[in-house]
Each structure stands twice: as C-alpha cells, then as structure tokens.
Design a protein around this ligand. Structure first.
Ligand code: DOR
Ligand code: ZN
Ligand code: ZN
Length: 375
C-alpha cells in the first residue's frame, strides 16, 4: 500500500457551538470530528449563545478549549454595533474579527434591519477604522454585501478575508479586487464545490445553509477560478437532525470529516493537484492568519482506498452529512499531532487537552513556537 503524507490541515471556518449549543457540538466532539477529517487546527466562529464579542466571552472559550479540545483551536471575536474598540483590543488573542453583514444563524448580524438608516454603516466604519490593519477581518457578506466589504477594506487599508464564496459573480468580483491591489483573500467550502441547488431539492433542510447551494454554473465557476481561491474551509455548522427536520430548520451543514476525502477524490480525478490541496488547506491558512507550524504533525493517507461517505463513521455530535452515499477515493489512516498518534483507523486516540488554544502571530512576524513546517 502506498502512503501519502500531508501536513495536518487547517480549517479557518468552523462552528464548535460551545457555549450555548453543546447539544449540536462541543469543543471535544467538534475537535474529534476535525481530527477524523485530518484537520489539526480549527478557527472557531463567534456566533455562540452568548456571542464572543468581548474579553470575558473570549477568555472563557480559551479556558474551555485548554481543557477540552483535541486539536488546536483559534477563536474569532464577533463584531457588534457597539464593540469596535473592545474587539480591536482583543486582536492579539483572536484569530480575526468576524463581521456578519447578512442574515444567517446566530445573534451577530451587524445591521438590525429595523434600526434607523445609517446605523449599520456607522458600526462598519467603527470596525474597519479601528481593527488593526495587519490582522484579518473575516466577513459573511453575500452578493452586494461582499462589494461593500471589499470597498470598506480598500478605503481603510484593512486585510479582508471573504468567507464561503459561492457565486460566479462573487468570484469574478474577488478576481477583480485582487487584480486592483485590494488586500483580500477568500475561501470556498466543499459543499459549494461538490453540491448544487439540485442537491438541495433532493436533501431538503439537510442541504440548506447560508450561502445557499447555487447553480451548476456557479459551481463550475468556482472550479474554473480556483486560482483566485486562497483557502478551502468547511463552514462546519452542525445542527441536530431533529432541528433540521423541524418546522424552522436552522441553516448549516457539518463538513469537517468529509472535506479531505472529497478533495483527495478531486486529486485522484485530476481536478486538483496535491500541491494545490496543501496550499488551499494548510499553507494559505497559515499565511493569512499568521499561524505557527505544529511541530511533528502530519497525516498518513491511503490514496487508493475507495469507499462511500456515510453518517455511521462520523464523530460530529450531529451525526449526519449532506454527502451521505457519495463515492470517494482516499482514506485518512493516521493523524500525528506533536508526535502523538491522535487518530488511527477510524478511532480517536487523543485526550481532552491534546489540543491547545492558539494565539496567532501577526503575519510577517515570526509566529511563536514556530517549528518545522511539517513533512
Ligand atoms: O449556514 C450557515 N450556518 N451559515 C452561517 O453563516 C452560520 C452557520 C451556523 O452557524 O449555523
Ligand atoms: Zn457565514
Ligand atoms: Zn460559518
């Protein structure tokens, strides 16, 4: 059997749901899912209950992670209408600032639609003028909101990271923005690369998330413009089956455990090179978010194994996947984190505390504890 060795992947967009949503996922179950998917660092989003918008909520997440996480975890701080100064003061402990410009799950949309005109803009000006210029501002900004975020980043000379680009028009905008010199990076999700609105019709609520699955032409545009895509990130957003099958299903799908096999399948099919996979899911995330290398950390993969994705094998608490039944090629055999085997042949061997809360260094400076860049 040939073994392919890759660095531990970095997923810059996950929702671990702790605090407030532990019945969907918590720091331990979510980081178990990460390891089972070959991800040894995750950056966790702030749309919790309560949301992470200040030093006490950020500090309590970091403390919880130190005791419970199985892989390394960095934390975003969330933008509200009134917290620009406090958020900026936390930039040294946060993965980045997260701004929700559009309606989605959670309490953090920056503009309350019932607020007076100009209210949301004033909040955005506060954040874009106060957040440190060398740390990323990540945005949930679809369609026209994306153009607004890019315009603000240009106006204030800020570093923008656009989450989950899903449309042909959006990837065209990012290409043009990059060409014009904007400091903008972007991510796409596996679900927008491998599923379309036809799958949403088939899957019902299990195929619903924000941004929604798009047309086959949009999906093709993401593949055709992969050269402008910086990262692949899962937007792992677990909700229980009961919630998804209820009257008002929340948007979001899990993705940590299915990203690597899907991408390895694309490599086997010649749609992606192995070097590009490593760039998208390891090197670019490190560069954009200023993350130190994890010493003695790697993945061992059987690139020839063929199987079907299924919920039986999952470690995420939500216990389902929108990719159920999809045929893939490439199976993760072993994950080594800092010299310790933390996952092997379907079994988690890490203990709570194997993972660490991380403090990213400013890009360009030497990251703290930087070791070798892995294999
Ligand atoms: O589908 C989504 N679910 N999109 C988001 O932006 C948030 C996420 C969640 O937290 O469930
Ligand atoms: Zn989002
Ligand atoms: Zn998200």
């Amino acid at each position: 059997m040939t073994t392919l060795r890759l660095p531990g992947l970095i997923d810059v967009h996950v929702h671990l749901r702790e605090p407030g949503g532990e019945h969907k996922e918590d720091l331990t179950s979510g980081t178990a899912a990460a390891l089972a998917g070959g991800v040894t660092t995750v950056l966790d989003m702030p749309n919790n209950y309560p949301p992470v918008t200040g030093s006490s909520t950020l500090e309590s997440k970091r403390r919880a992670a130190a005791g419970k996480a199985l892989c390394d975890v960095g934390f975003y701080v969330g933008a509200t209408a009134t917290n620009a100064a406090e958020a900026a003061g936390l930039a040294g402990q946060a993965a980045g600032l997260k701004i929700y410009l559009d309606e989605t799950y959670g309490p953090l949309r920056i503009q309350d639609p019932s607020a007076p005109a100009g209210h949301g803009l004033a909040a955005l000006l506060g954040h874009f003028s106060t957040w440190p210029a060398d740390r990323p501002i990540a945005v949930h900004a679809e369609g026209l909101s994306m153009a607004i975020a890019i315009g603000l980043a240009r106006t204030f000379g800020r570093k923008l990271h656009v989450c989950h680009v899903s449309l042909a028009s959006e990837i065209a905008l990012i290409r043009a923005a990059k060409r014009s010199g904007a400091r903008v990076s972007c991510e796409v999700t596996p679900h927008h690369l491998f599923l379309t609105e036809d799958d949403e019709r088939r899957l019902g609520a299990l195929g619903q998330m924000k941004p929604a699955l798009a047309s086959a032409a949009d999906m093709a545009a993401l593949w055709d413009n992969l050269d402008v895509v910086d990262c692949i990130a899962t937007d792992h957003a677990p909700h229980t089956l009961a919630e998804k099958q209820g009257d008002s299903p929340p948007p979001g799908v899990p993705g940590l455990e299915t990203m690597l096999p899907l991408l390895l399948t694309a490599v086997a099919q010649g749609r992606l090179t192995q070097a590009r996979l490593v760039e998208l899911a390891y090197q670019a995330p490190r560069r954009i978010f200023g993350l130190a290398a994890q010493a003695d950390t790697w993945l061992d993969i059987d690139p020839d194994a063929r199987y079907s994705l299924g919920s039986r094998e999952l470690h995420t608490r939500c216990g389902w996947t929108p990719f159920e039944g999809m045929s893939v090629q490439g199976r993760l055999r072993r994950v080594v984190l800092r010299g310790e085997t933390v996952f092997e042949d379907g079994r988690i061997a890490a203990r709570p505390g194997s993972g660490r809360p991380i403090v990213p260094a400013a890009p360009g400076r030497n990251a703290q504890n930087a070791g070798s860049a892995g294999p």
